[in-house]
Design a protein around this ligand. Structure first.
Ligand code: HEM
Length: 305
C-alpha cells in the first residue's frame, strides 16, 4: 500500500532511524534551525512558570496560577498545531510540517503537567481527584480531552505512524474533537472572564473553516486567497456575534450595544477585533508570499481567488 503525505514520508524512511533521531534534526538527520528554535521555544512557558514560582512571584496562590498557566499553554499549543497545515499551504512553506508533531506532543506534556499540578493541589488524594472528575462536568470534559491527547501522543512515533498507515490520519482527526472539548472546558471554568476563551473559539472556527473550504475548493492542495479573505470575515462576524450573545444571555446586555463595542476601543480590544487582526495578518502574509514566489515551471502559485 502506497501512502501519501506525512504518513507516506515516514513510511519511506528506514526503521533504524528511530534509534538515532534527535528532536532538532530533520528527516535527513541534519540540524534543522526551525526545529531547534521551536524545540527551545516550547520550553519557555514552563520555564517562565518555574522561574516565577522559585522567586515567589506567582501570586498569592502559586499552585492555582501554575495550573492556569499550563492549561492556557495546552490550548494555545493545540491551536498552534492545528494552524500548521493551513499556514504551510498559505505561505507555501512546506518545512513547517516538520514541527507539527513536536508542537502536538508538547501540548500533551503541558496538559499532563496541568493535570499533575491539579492532583498536587488535591494533596495527591486520588479518590478526591476521581470523584471531582466524575462530579464536575468541566473536569469530566477536560479529562476526556486529556485521554484523547494521550492516545494521539502514544501513536505519534514513526513506528506507530508506519504501523497504522491510513488509519493514522483518521485517528489523528480526533484532535478537532479534543480541541473543541478543551475549549468548552476553558470557557466553563473561566466563568465571567470570557475574553481569551472567545478569541480561542474564533481562531478555532477559522481553523476548522479553512479545512472545510480546502476539502471542497483547494486546487492541488492550495486554497485561493479569496476564500481565505471570506473565511476571515465569517470567523470575525461569528466571534463578535458569539460574544454579544454571551453578554446578552449572561447579563441581558443588548446585542447591538455589545456589537458596537467592536468598533471602539472604549471597552478594550474586543475578541472579534483580535480574530479580524489574525485573519488579516494571515491573508497579508499569504499575499506577500504569492508576490514573492517566482513563477517556476511545474510549481503553481498560491491563487488570489
Ligand atoms: C486537553 C485538556 C485540557 C485543556 C486544554 C485544559 C485547559 C485549561 C485552561 C485553558 C484553563 C484556564 C486557565 C485560565 O483561565 O487561566 C484550565 C483550568 C483548569 N483546568 Fe484544565 N485543561 C485540560 C484538562 C484538564 C484536566 C484533565 C483537569 C483535571 C482533572 C483540569 C483541571 C483544571 C482546573 C482545576 C482548572 C482551574 C479551575 C479554576 O481555577 O477554577 N484540566 N484548563
Amino acid at each position: 500500500m502506497r501512502l501519501s503525505g506525512f504518513a507516506g514520508d515516514i513510511a519511506r524512511r528506514n526503521d533504524d532511524e528511530d534509534s538515532v533521531k534527535l528532536p532538532w534534526n530533520d528527516y535527513s538527520r541534519k540540524l534543522s534551525p526551525l526545529k531547534l528554535t521551536v524545540f527551545i521555544a516550547l520550553f519557555l512557558p514552563v520555564a517562565w512558570t518555574a522561574g516565577h514560582a522559585l522567586t515567589g512571584n506567582l501570586g498569592a496562590r502559586p499552585l492555582t496560577e501554575a495550573i492556569h498557566q499550563q492549561g492556557l499553554w495546552t490550548i494555545r499549543l493545540i491551536l498552534v498545531a492545528l494552524a500548521i497545515t493551513p499556514l504551510k499551504s498559505i505561505l507555501a512553506w512546506q518545512r513547517l510540517i516538520l514541527v507539527r508533531r513536536m508542537v502536538g506532543v508538547a501540548a500533551f506534556a503541558y496538559v499532563l503537567l496541568h493535570f499533575t499540578l491539579y492532583v498536587a493541589d488535591e494533596n495527591f488524594n486520588l479518590v478526591v481527584v476521581a470523584s471531582e472528575i466524575a462530579k464536575r462536568i468541566y473536569l469530566t470534559i477536560g479529562f476526556t480531552a486529556l485521554c484523547g491527547l494521550a492516545a494521539l501522543a502514544a501513536t505519534s512515533t514513526d513506528r506507530m505512524i508506519r504501523r497504522l498507515g491510513r488509519k493514522w490520519h483518521t485517528l489523528h482527526r480526533l484532535v478537532y474533537v479534543i480541541c473543541a472539548l478543551g475549549l468548552i472546558h476553558y470557557s466553563m471554568q473561566s466563568k465571567l472572564e470570557q475574553w481569551e476563551p472567545t478569541i480561542a473559539d474564533g481562531v478555532f472556527l477559522w481553523l476548522m473553516g479553512y479545512r472545510l473550504l480546502a476539502w471542497k475548493f483547494a486546487v492541488r492542495g492550495r486554497l485561493g486567497l479569496g476564500w481565505v479573505a471570506g473565511l476571515g470575515t465569517v470567523a470575525t462576524v461569528l466571534t463578535g456575534l458569539g460574544e454579544a450573545l454571551y453578554f446578552n444571555i449572561a447579563f441581558h446586555a443588548p446585542i447591538g450595544r455589545v456589537l458596537m463595542a467592536d468598533f471602539s476601543l472604549q471597552t478594550g480590544v474586543r475578541p472579534g477585533v483580535v480574530v479580524a487582526a489574525f485573519s488579516l495578518i494571515v491573508l497579508a502574509a499569504g499575499m506577500a508570499r504569492t508576490l514573492a514566489l517566482p513563477p517556476a515551471r511545474g510549481r503553481s502559485r498560491p491563487r488570489f481567488a
